[in-house]
Design a protein around this ligand. Structure first.
Ligand SMILES: NC(=O)c1ccc[n+]([C@@H]2O[C@H](COP(=O)([O-])OP(=O)(O)OC[C@H]3O[C@@H](n4cnc5c(N)ncnc54)[C@H](O)[C@@H]3O)[C@@H](O)[C@H]2O)c1
Length: 274
């Protein structure tokens, strides 16, 4: 396979995984390394970042672990400084950290609002602001952020409200950065992740994980949820030279969920008057 990121240095925020299995950031970190990049695996959970880095080095790739809280400006600056001192450059930032909200409109609290906005939105701003400086100097860079299909539309009952708002704002921030940095050789794109079977989702659902996972499969036009590898493959393309002229997009990665109308007609043609 062509190594599309050969010689590049990439930071993957949220490069660990919140449980056993493959999250979006973990897959992206491993995929970037398979495409030839040296990867800085950043996570608040050092053990999770070390596991991903171990997978990369086990396959012959180069990885550096940075334990950092993406909501801290000093951590984000230190992360970039460590990347530059280890690898000498920084070409790609994939910011794949996020937490889900838990509350609907009337149940939400100020603390919950702040928590979700900080981890999802403020972190995107702080990490991009730290990472973009060396990219501007070298006149080349890629910034990839993640929103959610919750940014694009209502997800129905019990949708975590603050989560959707934070993700819509991540997409808006990405578009504004895309315009701001376009003439500096930097592209910024956002992946609106759909239903991905990840450790975070399974952890959130607890004992209901299997049942809800089956419902999520059914809700996809393909009959299956996606995996972290779907995110990783799109991120690797957006990070590559091939995506040179793609800038300022929020790309739904959802097998058509956001395109599909609700199932309102019965399966039997006679019952639907045909
Ligand atoms: N899984 C889905 O169905 C889905 C759907 C839409 C969007 N997303 C988005 O994809 C992203 C990744 O989700 P995932 O399901 O792979 O989750 P995950 O929990 O497996 O991975 C997220 C990683 O981020 C790390 N992290 C959390 N807070 C951090 C902080 N403050 N600083 C540094 N690291 C931190 C966690 O330790 C974890 O390793 C999130 O932004 C999420 O909102 C996921």
């Amino acid at each position: 396979m062509t190594k599309r990121l050969e010689g590049k240095v990439a930071i993957v925020n949220g490069g660990g995984s919140s449980g056993p299995g493959w999250g979006n950031g973990k897959c992206t970190a491993v995929q970037f390394a398979r495409e030839g990049a040296s990867v800085v695996v950043v996570d608040i959970n050092r053990g999770a970042a070390e596991e991903t880095a171990g997978l990369i080095t086990g396959e012959g790739g180069k990885a550096l672990v940075v334990e950092a809280d993406v909501t801290s400006e000093s951590d984000m600056q230190a992360m970039v400084a460590k990347t530059l001192s280890e690898f000498g450059t920084l070409d790609i930032l994939a910011h794949i950290v996020g937490i889900n909200g838990r509350y609907t409109f009337f149940d939400d609290t100020e603390d919950e609002w702040d928590r979700v906005m900080n981890v999802n939105l403020k972190s995107t701003f702080l990490s991009a602001r730290a990472a973009v400086k060396p990219m501007i100097e070298q006149k080349w860079g890629r910034i990839i952020t993640v929103s959610s299909i919750a940014s694009l539309r209502s997800l129905g009952i019990n949708q975590p409200m603050t989560y959707g708002i934070s993700k819509a704002a991540v997409a808006k921030l990405t578009k504004l950065m895309a315009v701001e940095f376009a003439d500096k050789g930097i592209t910024c794109n956002c992946i609106a992740i759909g239903m991905i079977d990840s450790p975070m989702v399974r952890g959130m659902l607890g004992e209901h994980a299997e049942a809800v996972s089956a419902m999520r499969d059914k809700g996809s036009p393909t009959g299956k949820q996606g995996t972290g590898w779907d995110t990783a493959h799109l991120a690797a393309f957006l990070a590559s030279e091939e995506a040179n002229y793609i800038n300022g997009l929020e790309v739904p990665l959802d097998a058509g969920v956001t395109t599909k109308a609700p199932d309102i007609y019965p399966d039997d043609p006679a019952e639907r008057g045909q």
